[in-house]
Every structure is written in C-alpha cells, then in structure tokens.
Design a protein. Sequence first.
Length: 192
Amino acid sequence: KNKIEEDRILSPQFRTINNRRPIHSRKLRIIIEQVEKHRKIYLGLLEDLGENIISNWSPTEVAISNKNEKEISLKIRRWLALEENINFKDLRQDIEDKGIMVIVSNGFNGPWQIDKKEPVRGFSLYFDVLPVIVIKKQSEGAQAFTLFHELVHLLLHKNSVLDYEEDYHSNVGIEKEANKIASQDKRKISLT
C-alpha cells in the first residue's frame, strides 16, 4: 500500500493536452505545472482578500449558432468591447477583465521562459473559473494573434490546448477555425 504522491497526479487539463499531443519537453511540462500551481495560489489570494472571482467568464452572447468566422469574431470582439485599433497590452487587459488569466513567457532565460527552440507558441488551460492562456514572448502582433487564437479555443472548444507553430498555419479542424476567427481584420469590422 504505497502512498500516493500528490505531485505525480496530473490535472485533467494537463492530461487533455498530453492526450491530444504528447508533451516531450520536460521544461514545457514543468511550465504547465507551474502555471496550474500559480493559478491555484492566485485564486487562494483572491479568496483571502474577499475579492469577487468571476465564475461565469464564458459569455452567453458569444454562444455560436453557426460557423461564420467573421460573425463569431465580431461577437467575441463585442463581448470584449474592443476598440478598432487595439494594441496587445489593451487586448490582454480586456481579456483579463473577463476573468481569464493571461501569462506571457519571459523574454529572458528563466523558469517562466518557453524556450526559443521550443516550437510551442502558446497554450490554454480550460477551467470553469479562471481559465489560463499562456503565450510565448514574441513580436506584439504575433502575441496578439496568439492570444486571440487561444481565447477562441477557450470560448468555442472549451478544452485545454497546446499549440505549436505549425498549428497557426493549419487548414484543418479546431486550429483552422481558431486561425480564421483570430485573423479577422478588426479594422474592417464595425463594433457599432
């Protein structure tokens, strides 16, 4: 009767990612585990401070009844109340204001850096309360696209997803859908 080691038990989010595409990089596994621990600590701090925790971050107004990518993108942009010309910092803040934690990998070597050689651009961890999006440090435009792409996974696919560079050029499945929705040119979409 061996004692179960708590740190050896993998969360449902981690298993979902690993079942879809096995994570071979030890460092990436550690980053995902750190993100999950950080999320739990943050939730505990919010609770200790008596702060409101947004428990219904997934909007009903973004409920999708068809597969028109332009319409879906417009609904998400309206839900976020995005301006026509928005920078990465503002996009990140708007998403965080909806109860989604956003983490950008460090641009310098350290425990929170997604290695430059690692073909991963980002991942999302689906939770009913405080889901998480993690993106690799890159150019601001690429970061904004990756952030929106991962947001689409949370809102539409309601699943934890690990995205490699190749997924951002995919023409099949959920990656194709996330790419099309994230790539809708916001300057052409009127939010009025």
